[in-house]
Design a protein around this ligand. Structure first.
Ligand code: 5AD
Ligand code: SF4
Length: 441
């Protein structure tokens, strides 16, 4: 009945959201819908939303304000809002954005076929924002963004309630996926030619097998690494408090596990960390970094930082700068604090003025840019194996690949190399990428 009907999804936010859009695509394809990159021909137009910062919210509402005009959508197209904003705002979306026909929260995608069918049968304003824990992890083979690398969800939700963060409210409590289901999904991905997997979870290293068959997260990594055809395994994001030496050991002993770790710091000041409810001090975080640095593999480290948290003094901000200098991150995501309704920090006093937040962000980003340039300069002349996963839109002979440290290397080569592992030598660098040449050509 849906044969030939088209859908379009715009995704906002994190890797989890991008992977959720893949799950949604898989389900719609199974129903007979066809994906399109052109919003104006879609019968179903979906926005997969993010709620983590106010800016992300505003962006979606401004899109929704004149939704048909923004996307050039057909008058008959149904408009759906998915993801964390849908989960958080629920039915109030229909009041704020009356053109929306469908609201589906981030835990309810397995209900999508029923919900879309109800829309097709003429129902207006269909909504599901329940926490569907039984079928939460089901993934259809469906549309993955890359044919070589895939995300695999191993846990959902978070129990930590950091004072600034909406995730425990939008994604619900922490739920781990049975290890055997993770393994069978990776086996199926490998048989379809995928060579790299990224295991996803809000606090990925607190994964526990609900069936009790796999003893811990690092054991899961070892089991995934044994799957024939899987050459690279990444995972994101571990919480510093759960970060134990066994992760370094697994990186050292299992070649498939990439030497890259994303370890969100948030602030370099213990006082700010306490107000953020982060459970660790500056010194405890540095201890974790110290055993990463002692590793015989050169483990790349990235992080998330928030500036301008309520009450953050200039001195506390400088503690963050000094921490960034001490650790020497390979890359960083940095944000101005955004007060989110429903979180504890929303009501905190001593709000930092917007202009000061912007100034601090700029100082931090410039500081980090210099560090990245220095770190990249040291890589010139070195050889790395990259998984070739993209080519320039303008010239298909300009390829891009990633090293085990997740650094992007651009180099010239034939498009047939896409999806292959090749050696490249670094010849030049920029703050966010490297330039290289194929070795042996
Ligand atoms: N304001 C600014 N940044 C935030 N993050 C989460 N919540 C907020 C907020 N309210 C950042 C954190 C987190 C990343 C995914 O987003 O740094 O690690
Ligand atoms: Fe948010 Fe903290 Fe949970 Fe991370 S650990 S998802 S920052 S509440």
């Amino acid at each position: 009945m849906n044969q030939g009907k088209k859908f379009f999804i715009e995704t906002f936010g994190c890797q989890m959201n991008h992977h959720d859009s893949e799950k949604v695509s898989g389900r719609l394809v199974k129903m007979g819908y066809v994906p399109t990159g052109n919003a104006s021909e879609a019968d179903l137009l979906l926005l997969n939303t993010c709620n983590i910062r106010e800016k992300a919210n505003q962006k979606v509402f401004s899109r929704l304000g004149a939704v048909r005009k923004t996307y050039g959508a057909k008058p008959t197209a149904k408009i759906g809002l998915l993801g964390c904003m849908a989960q958080m705002e629920g039915a109030s979306i229909f009041k704020k954005a009356p053109k929306v026909d469908l609201v589906v929260g981030s835990s309810s995608y397995s209900f999508l076929p029923e919900l879309v069918s109800r829309l097709e049968q003429g129902e207006r304003q269909v909504i599901d924002v329940s926490q569907d824990s039984d079928r939460l992890f089901e993934t259809e083979a469906g549309a993955r963004e890359s044919p070589y690398k895939a995300f695999v969800t191993i846990m959902e939700g978070c129990n930590r309630f950091c004072s600034f963060c909406v995730v425990p409210y939008t994604r619900g409590p922490e739920r781990s996926r049975p290890g055997r289901h993770v393994l069978s999904e990776v086996e199926s991905l490998s048989s379809r030619g995928f060579r790299e997997v990224t295991l996803l979870g809000q606090t990925v290293n607190s994964w526990r097998d609900p069936l009790g068959e796999i003893s811990c997260f690092t054991d899961l990594l070892r089991r995934v690494a044994r799957i024939e055809g899987i050459r690279r395994i990444r995972f994101t994001s571990p919480h510093p408090s759960d970060f134990q030496p066994d992760i370094v050991e697994v990186i050292e002993t299992v070649p498939e596990v990439c030497n890259q770790i994303h370890l969100p710091l948030q602030s370099g000041s213990t006082a700010v960390l306490q107000r953020m409810k982060r459970d660790y001090t500056r010194e405890q975080y540095l201890e974790k970094v110290a055993f990463l640095k002692r590793s015989k593999r050169d483990i790349a480290l990235s992080t998330d930082i928030i500036v301008g948290f309520p009450g953050e003094t200039q001195q506390q901000f400088e503690e963050t700068l000094s921490m960034v200098e001490t650790v020497g991150y390979d890359s960083m995501f940095s944000f101005k604090f955004s007060p989110r309704p429903g979180t504890e920090a929303f009501a905190f006093q001593d709000v930092i003025p917007e202009a000061e937040k912007s100034r601090r962000l700029q100082v931090l980003q410039q500081f980090q840019r210099k560090i990245q340039l220095e770190r990249h300069a040291r890589l010139v002349g070195k050889e790395f194996e990259v998984l070739v996963d993209g080519s320039s839109r303008r010239d298909s002979r300009v390829l891009a690949g990633r090293t085990t440290q997740n650094k992007i290397v651009n180099f010239s080569g034939p498009p047939e190399l896409l999806g292959r592992f090749v050696p490249v030598k670094v010849t030049d660098y920029a703050p966010n990428s490297l330039r290289g040449e194929l070795v042996g050509c």
